[in-house]
Design a protein around this ligand. Sequence first.
Ligand code: UD1
Length: 421
Amino acid sequence: MDSFIIEGQKSLNGYIRLHGAKNSALPILASTILIHGVSVIHNCPDLSDVNETVKILESLGCKVARSGSTITVDATTVNSSSIDEQAMRSMRSSIIFLGALMSRATCASIYFPGGCDIGARPVDLHLKALKSLGAVINENGSSIECCAQKIIGGKIILPIPSVGATENIIIAAAVSKGRTTIINPAREPEISDLAGFLNNCGARIFGAGETTIEIEGVERLTPCEYTIIPDRILASTYMSACAITGGEIVIEDVLPTHLSPIFPAFNEMGCKLYLSGNILKICAPKHLKRVRSIKTMPYPGFPTDSQSPIVAALSVAKGTSVIKETVFENRFRYVSELRRFGADIDINEQLAVINGVKKLHSANVNATDLRGGAALVVAALAAEGESTVNYVNHIDRGYENLELALSSLGGAVKRIYNEKD
Ligand code: UD1
């Protein structure tokens, strides 16, 4: 597994453009198997999770090509409805193929997904919802078989607004008989992006981003060209990296409304934010201030994926910050690695109490998951001396060449390739 070597205490300055949103690219690519024809998806980030998704599409018989950030998927040749166990375990969002395959091939045969170890992450809501749409599901502990001769619209009430379950329902119900209503769906921008793509292909999905989604099933979808939204979590990671290094950066291609849940925290930290259309400038103070309280919540709340990088930044803020994680039960695993830099953070179940220290020192740390790994990079950027972050394969799942992006802003981040991989 590769590592990053980071020489800290270099403030970040300059311009950086966001790549496309990982969490949009994955469901949108999976949903292309519904479409008889060639889908053209622009702004697809070059991430290991996207590459795994492409491999799954190919294993199902799709012809996939990438040119720069554009991926074309020809799904006319889909000839399989099963995904092997290794591919399913490569990432959590492989579960999104369930609804798509069931719709395209009548039956889907898959395994329980893997992904970041940030909590139990069951898929009960996905399965229950698909049953409501007429699926017959057989599970045997490791594999899932899901069949429906015809997907029939229904009313689904989600007890929690699960992003993945909402996506699976939207994808499964897009081509169906009748009307599907989702009460309490996830409202994340990536849900609206998925609906936007499918609607461009002829689907009739209304209310994405709101508290009720209505889907009028259509008989067939036709191919379209679509551009994925910019990655708001990447923006929050750059902002955290800028904040901890006392830098001044301009982030291009932001969608301000998607970032509005995190702006108050950065303001409270003493950062100045300037917006001009799709451009955000962030100017960090020399010494960050603490944030009284942040609670992660489903959108439009503070995103759980932005929690780890901001905790890293707050580790050097003046005063004590408190962050409550309400979405995943095991999302502070990276904190024990963060302490190796000298961070003073107490974890009490879902609560992190961050007592800001004057400075961090260098450390040799292991990334434990995608966003936790990014938090370690943020800390290393501010630490005195040279730090090593190992297992950056976790980071590569969601950040495209993070070392190059941060180096272009003046950070000193080098990748060490591990020959043994
Ligand atoms: C997606 C995102 C992830 C983000 C998360 C929350 C992708 C590829 N990943 O993950 O980056 O952190 O949303 O914004 O888009 N749950 C159940 N049963 C289920 C499904 C979920 O109990 O069947 C629980 C989960 O354990 C978790 C909560 O619901 O506690 C939210 O999970 P969910 O919104 O489904 O997250 P993901 O779709 O896995």
